[in-house]
Design a protein around this ligand. Sequence first.
Ligand code: PLP
Length: 384
Amino acid sequence: MIYLDHSATTPVDSRVFEAMTPYLTEHFGNASSIYRAGQDMRKVVEDAREKIATLLGARPKEVIFTSGGTESDNTAIKGVALNRGSGHIITSAIEHPAIMKVVGWLEEQGFTATYVPVGSDGLVDPDEVRKAIRPDTIIISIMHANNEIGVIQPIEEISAVAHEKEIPFHTDAVQTFGKIPIDVGKMGIDLLSLSAHKIYGPKGTGALYVKKGIKFDPFVHGGHQEWGKRGGTENVAGIAGLGRAAELAAAEMDADEKRVRKLRDKLENGLKQSISDIIFNGHRESRLYSLANVCVKYVEGEAMLLNLDFEDIAASSGSACTSGSLEPSHVLLAIGLPAEVAHGSLRFSLGRRNTEEDIDKVLEVLPPIVTKLREMSAFPRPSS
Ligand code: PLP
């Protein structure tokens, strides 16, 4: 299979798997136990915490392990909101459902919210955030990079706007952690969500950075693990995997970027030359080097995906979380694309194992697929 869906998930790196296996086999202690088999596990957890903190420019005690990006987002937003009891939340119109649905649920509980719009390039304007601030605003949450179009937001400027009014700033960095440098201090981030399975780590493991002094209620109540901030026996193998994945990401970030960016650019240039009526989505500079999102006019994204699948190529249309729904992507609608154009979207997200040959294969098979589908298409086409 040619796998071009790394924004949905990544394969577990064999070095990560190796780092995890001892804790799925012979070392099974509970990290909270006081005897040695437990304390050895405690060391594994704390070692991983230090690796994550290093990559974020944070202190280890500011990192809490969770079950993934979704739980981290829930903890950040609900944690601050429920701690305050009432108030107004600011987020953007292009967030992942792990933020959108949380804010929507909080609105049902009596909180209020503003979803700031984005421009046609997918960027949030910090002035729009400033305009949305009210005296009762309790948190501002703007994602670092979007999972569908890869646009990287001006986080430093937005967090500065939040801090003018002493409002905590959260960012969903699930798509950027381990891919591009993050420094929570320099970037003014108070809370940050990350996930292991986007960086060649295991699914079901993630972390939340919470700056010292930020008040929030736990989302998962239970034992006193994570200093009472997240109950539940630590997933030692998963945490060890996340730590190792973060360490590898840090060491290989520059080399990965160089190689993957070249492949992505080759893919985009090839698509531009071989397919007419194709739109390239997202800001051209401020975006992830690993992702290409296009809309092919007069064709259904799902039809292209199925045809690519017949060729053993895995890509996606919109986000993995919304595929299966007939609604066009809320992200593509938010950047101003008409619904019928948004329906023709394809997302290719590249990773460590992709090769030039993978890209050549896509460029060989996709143009004839588009021609075939356009011939069969019921989409209205210009009479020319
Ligand atoms: N936030 C973003 C931007 C994502 O892309 C994803 C996953 O696709 C999530 C949150 C959810 O993360 P997880 O799958 O670890 O729950």
